[in-house]
Design a protein around this ligand. Structure first.
Ligand SMILES: [Mn+2]
Length: 365
């Protein structure tokens, strides 16, 4: 993990007047993932801690004594605080020669912003949120290796899923089995709250799980990922418990076809929204017109929705080599059911490389 080149990337996207950037964590869940982007520290919570990065000198960390040992993994000068007063004294010392400081307005909590601007009263603050997002869009080799591992683990769970699906089990049971196997195969944690939906619940794209039990003929959607060293995977397959009806088979064929059309289009230079439009139109031309109700995909990395670029109707950015995104069309028919197929890809010069590869056919369990 090369902190220096990541920090350089961030400053390349910033105004040259910026003397330092302060990355300040709040309490969970208000932790800025950029803290981990610049430090590379794979474990630990780091609530209330800060990283200060400079264009021309090594980074400094201000951490609580709780995190002191973990912080030593970073190539940084580590300063330890015990009280809030000590934290701000250290922050004032570190930034005493700075006139302009960058803060991520998108990530810092409002109360931290107010306190920092009072404590560093002669400093001008600039919002560098977009520099953070831009720097992270293309993944470096370290990041790709973690995402690949997270994808391999999710694939392995997906390939074995039929073995632990039984009639009468609840959605919650299935999510528990998935989460257990993710960790058994090497994940630090599930990437997000695992989705296991049965029957008519499959028509709700962001439903997670409940107490519904599995019946013959139910569609089953499993949408989950692994987290490895803070990097994520995110994949979805749709199964049928028993033999599939013709309607279920047609829905699945349309989604698979739309996904393949999208994947074929992906390469460096293609505009992100054009991929979405192509996938959307493919579904629109069928009897399922109007039933694809979300975007085609999102970027993936330190966050499950990593920001910056996505396959949606708004994003006019061109794809670049080493961007990692999901491709996940779906069809949702209220009170009937839904189908979604989701894979993770990395953009290459002439196309894309699939990071997830489990069988995409409609599997009858
Ligand atoms: Mn997703």
């Amino acid at each position: 993990m090369d902190s220096m080149s990541r920090i350089k990337k961030i400053f390349n996207h910033c105004d040259p007047s910026i003397d330092a950037i302060v990355i300040k964590n709040g309490s969970e869940p208000f932790i800025d993932s950029m803290f981990f982007y610049v430090t590379g520290i794979p474990t630990g919570l780091f609530e209330g801690c800060a990283a200060i990065i400079y264009p021309d000198k090594p980074m400094q960390l201000i951490v609580s004594s709780l995190e002191e040992d973990l912080a030593k993994q970073a190539s940084a000068e580590t300063l330890v605080y015990e009280t809030s007063k000590e934290f701000y004294d250290l922050l004032q010392q570190c930034t005493s020669t700075c006139n302009t400081i960058g803060l991520s307005f998108k990530n810092i909590t409002f109360s931290d912003y107010i306190t920092i601007s009072k404590k560093l009263s002669r400093v001008t603050f600039q919002d560098i949120s977009s520099a953070f997002i831009s720097a992270r869009m293309r993944k470096d080799d370290f990041e790709l290796s973690r995402i690949e591992k997270a994808c391999t683990i999710a694939d392995k769970v997906m390939e074995n899923i039929a073995q632990f699906i039984r009639i009468g089990m609840t959605e919650r049971d299935l999510s528990a089995e998935i989460d257990f196997h993710l960790m058994r195969y090497g994940a630090d944690a599930p990437a997000f709250e695992t989705i296991s939906s049965f029957g008519t619940h499959t028509a709700l794209p962001h439903y997670s799980h409940g107490d519904r039990s599995l019946s013959q003929g139910d569609l089953i959607i499993c949408d989950f990922g692994a987290r490895v060293d803070r990097y994520h995977s995110d994949m979805t397959r749709t199964f049928v418990f028993g033999s599939a009806s013709n309607h279920q088979k047609t829905m699945h064929q349309v989604v698979l076809h739309a996904q393949e059309k999208g994947i074929q289009l992906i390469r460096e230079g293609v505009i992100a929204k054009d991929v979405h439009q192509h996938v959307f139109d493919t579904i629109e031309e069928t009897e399922f017109s109007g039933r694809f109700i979300h975007s085609t995909g999102h970027s993936l990395g330190l966050m499950v929705h990593d920001g910056g670029i996505g396959f949606n109707s708004q994003c006019s950015l061109p794809l670049e080599k080493d961007m990692v995104l999901t491709v996940e069309p779906g069809i949702y028919i209220p009170h009937v059911g839904g189908v979604r197929i989701e894979d993770d890809i990395v953009v290459t010069k002439n196309g894309c490389r699939m990071l997830t590869s489990s069988n995409r056919d409609l599997i009858e369990i």
